[in-house]
Design a protein around this ligand. Sequence first.
Ligand SMILES: *Cc1c(COP(=O)(O)O)cnc(C)c1O
Length: 389
Amino acid sequence: MPDKDLSHILTHLGEDRSQYFNAIAPPVIQTSNFAFENLEQFRAAFSDELHHHVYSRGNNPTVQILREKLAALEGTEDALVFASGAAAISAAVIANVKAGEHVVCQQAPYSWTNALLKKFLIRFGVEHTFVDGTDLASVRAAIRSNTRILFLESPNTMTFEIQDLRACADIAREHGLVTMIDNSYSSPVFQNPADFGIDIVLHSGTKYINGHSDVVAGVLCASREMVKKIFESELMTLGNMIAPHDAALVLRGLRTLPLRVKRSDESARFIVGKLENHPKVEKIWHPFHHTFPQRELAMQQMRGCGGLFSVQFKAGSMQNMEAFVHSINRFLMAVSWGGHESLMIPTIGFYNIPGRDNPPMPWTFVRFYIGLEDPEWLWEDIELAMEHL
Ligand SMILES: *Cc1c(COP(=O)(O)O)cnc(C)c1O
């Protein structure tokens, strides 16, 4: 999307300032319900709760502003905002299957998407098949007569495998499937899956969209018809909507989305550039890196990468690896990503946890997220710590 369009969406779209004293920042309409002046208004509201103000489990004016902006950012007709990314993902999937039906999902989804299919929906008679999404023949082969959904996550957020979005949308259309994608990695700034024919675009709003590590939120962008269907069923019955105050925080975060993701993108590429020739580095995972097997496809579908990449280091021993991790000071050791602060997840932390299997990833593997700090300052920290390897 051209920067001019982004400017309009992020600064003005959906903001009818004459409704609230011409305030620049929209108010938090912190109310549970709305009153009607007469029966005519009452009846109109109950004919269509999505477009009237009845009760804040449904439509709330602060949330409404956010919905309009997010739909425009993804180039879809409408959007819904949820209490978490997991809530948005589960609403999208549950809305489009019933008992006896089947979901095809790329093989390495976010952990709670995995749990939704494997532990939750299986109890309600919905089956699934995980496929290697980098191989279109496997995607085709997994589709059965009762398949209803093709679920994509491209790239994923650990090793960044990519699915060909246009080809997947075409295959799905041939079989009458609904396509959905977890687009959290790219944010709407770097990839718009609806342009390739994907039906439902999902985000963990907790990551780049809010971007300040202080709200958990989820986003669902789709056609007007799909949004209405999910609003009237999954959102209203499960009650998994965002609260007005959190919506106002996300709106504030959204103002700087392009600045933030471009900064993280540039800084991550700077650090990857430093790491790639270092003798203690075995392998780098980053979708635009020259060693990435799907680089060409990544560059066709995506306009940038953001702050995530992974590294396999050469460490003499587990003790050395632990010393390396412990001497990194400018990255916080934490899950999640997409905020202002740089983070790392060292796989060695998942080794030797009582009652848990060791992970498939080697203990030399670290997933980094680069935030908004000075990249030279971050690199200094990694470089110094690498002396322990
Ligand atoms: C964090 C994350 C989610 C889940 O979002 P929540 O807001 O934590 O519920 C889903 N997908 C991806 C890729 C994520 O990183």
